[in-house]
Design a protein around this ligand. Structure first.
Ligand code: GLY
Length: 550
């Protein structure tokens, strides 16, 4: 009897293994250059983390809207039985202070945290990639950086979508009389032409040869500090020398039959994604049916979004500075309490506050799975498209405008319409709150799904909806990333943003319920799904991404 039980158990394990193990690798990337470079590293015998490091540096060359060495991000890693979360989020400079964006009347000076020299936090990317390499890499560092050096030095062909974004950004800066030096460096990045970046190539060579010391010390550091001095910026040699990426424990929680690995603070994303999925799971059971993108579905998820974003504003910030109650916010009892507040037939009342300003969100994401079943979900950003618009003279890279992700003043929204208070106020050396939500779902410790997206606060929505699409509605990766999504975040009041192609009748029903409906796309998802051992990879068609399974 005991023997046969053991046999059944072993058979179960074998079936499970055959169901989830994959001999394939997959990359879902925001452009063709990063996709090809990541694939080449995997084919050379590199692991998913090696491929991610190469992709990150390539994107700093070929996707200047968001790819970067002048910004930061989060890398979620599943390697063998270990998991890791590399936090390379930017930090406020040492001389930053809580009221640095307020005028003498205590009002926020619009734009100061978004464009120009004061908008940047201390960049974290090079330190983050180095830490990822030290802990998890297998190929030599210089081989991982070299593809980016080649693309910067020899040039790459500008995708028409990049050409349009560059021209649009230059035109917007001119029209608004915003004084940034972006055009000096990028005006020649025109559609279908070869674009070279010699200064950036030289900087990347220093990083290739000296690791983080090639960025945070020596010539690159001198160039950053000289640029800061010239324009009255804050980042100092001390800021650069002190910057250290951090390895943190990912948030790990159960949802349905899966284990969700996701981003801890200073991201708001992991808590928000889990709250959304878990509250949905509780309330959904009280509906007879729940059609995908039906009016009931959109309203239910909007109701949940109200609560998720209220918590975000009140409780979330850098855990090194503020005690974020992570476990309390995703605890089953708390989820039940929030689920009980959902109004299934009407919109819960939101207080009147001025809506935030929406600008073009950027950030970028990629998902990689290697043949050993290791996975990386990496989201990286300089905040808005082309960051602060300031390019470090001599070093040729764009600086971020991540300081806008702090709360400049309680009750005043940032460019994403997000509010904050004490938890996310500016302090020297603090990391600003993020919505970046790189996420991996595991089934029996094997990768089931890797997902992530750019898009400011809509990142959270894209991530949880991609999970619902794939798991709850059993979509392929291609369908899961391209199905219309919708987003509600408490403010602007009762407003739902939705992708084109959400059904007209659903839109009318939601309007009748009292929602203001705004058609507008948000970030491009990049996702890998393991379906019974076969990988599917997809990059949302709205971007210029490329996905490969091989
Ligand atoms: N800069 C966008 C984010 O981190 O949420």
């Amino acid at each position: 009897m005991k023997k046969s039980l053991l046999g059944i158990l072993l058979l179960g394990l074998v079936i499970n293994f055959t169901t989830y193990a994959s001999e394939q690798a997959a990359v879902a990337m925001p452009d063709a250059y990063s996709a090809d470079a990541a694939k080449a590293i995997l084919e050379k015998g590199g692991n998913a983390i090696d491929a991610a490091i190469t992709a990150q540096f390539v994107l700093a060359v070929t996707l200047p809207e968001a790819g970067n060495i002048g910004g930061g991000g989060f890398m979620l890693v599943k390697k063998g039985d270990t998991t890791d979360f590399i936090d390379y989020r930017e930090k406020a400079p040492l001389t930053a202070h809580r009221d640095m964006y307020l005028d003498e009347n205590g009002d926020v000076i619009r734009g100061l945290s978004v464009y120009g020299i004061l908008a940047s936090g201390v960049p974290g990317t090079v330190s983050g990639m180095w830490l990822a390499h030290q802990k998890h890499g297998s190929l030599a560092w210089n081989d991982l950086v070299q593809p980016a050096v080649d693309l910067a030095e020899n040039g790459f062909i500008v995708h028409p979508k990049l050409g349009r974004s560059v021209a649009g950004f230059i035109q917007r800066m001119k029209a608004r009389e915003i004084n940034v030096n972006f055009a000096d460096y990028f005006a020649d990045a025109k559609a279908d032409t070869l674009f070279k970046q010699p200064e950036l190539a030289a900087t990347l060579k220093r990083i290739r040869d000296r690791g983080p010391d090639g960025f945070y010390k020596g010539e690159t550091a001198d160039q950053i500090v000289a640029f800061m001095s010239k324009h009255n910026g804050l980042i100092s040699h001390q800021d650069l020398a002190m910057y250290q990426a951090k390895s943190r424990q990912p948030i790990r929680d159960k949802w349905q039959q899966y284990e969700v690995l996701t981003a801890p603070p200073p991201s708001s994303g992991g808590i928000a994604v889990l709250q959304w999925l878990k509250i949905y799971e509780q309330v959904r059971s009280s509906y007879k049916t729940m059609g995908h993108n039906s009016a009931d579905y959109v309203h239910l998820l909007a109701e949940i979004g109200k609560r998720v974003f209220a918590d975000r504003a009140a409780y979330l910030g850098d855990p090194d500075f503020y005690p974020v109650p992570v476990q309390d916010l995703i605890a089953d009892a708390y989820i039940s309490q929030r689920a009980a507040q959902i109004n299934k037939t009407a919109i819960s009342i939101t207080d009147e506050i001025d809506p935030g300003l929406y600008e073009s969100e950027e950030t970028t994401h990629f998902s990689i799975v290697d043949k050993q079943g290791n996975a990386v979900s990496n989201t990286t950003t300089i905040n808005l498209g082309f960051g602060s618009g300031m390019v470090v003279e001599g070093a040729g890279f764009i600086l971020n405008d991540e300081m806008d992700d702090f709360s400049a003043k309680p009750g005043v929204a940032n460019v994403f319409g997000a509010y904050g208070g004490k938890a996310n106020e500016i302090q020297p050396q603090k990391r600003m709150l993020s919505s970046m939500s790189p996420t991996i779902l595991l089934k029996d410790n094997n990768v089931k799904l890797v997902t992530g997206s750019p898009g400011g606060t809509t990142i959270i929505t894209s991530v949880y909806q991609s999970i619902l699409n794939a798991i709850e509605f059993d979509m392929t990766a291609e369908q899961a990333v391209n199905t219309p999504r919708f987003h509600h975040q408490l403010w602007p009041k009762d407003t739902i943003r939705y992708h084109p192609n959400l059904s007209e009748s659903v839109i009318e029903k939601l309007k009748a319920l009292g929602y203001t409906m705004q058609e507008r796309r948000f970030g491009d998802l990049h996702m890998v799904i393991n379906r019974n051992g076969k990988l599917e990879a997809a990059s949302e068609a709205s971007g210029r991404g490329k996905s490969i399974v091989f």
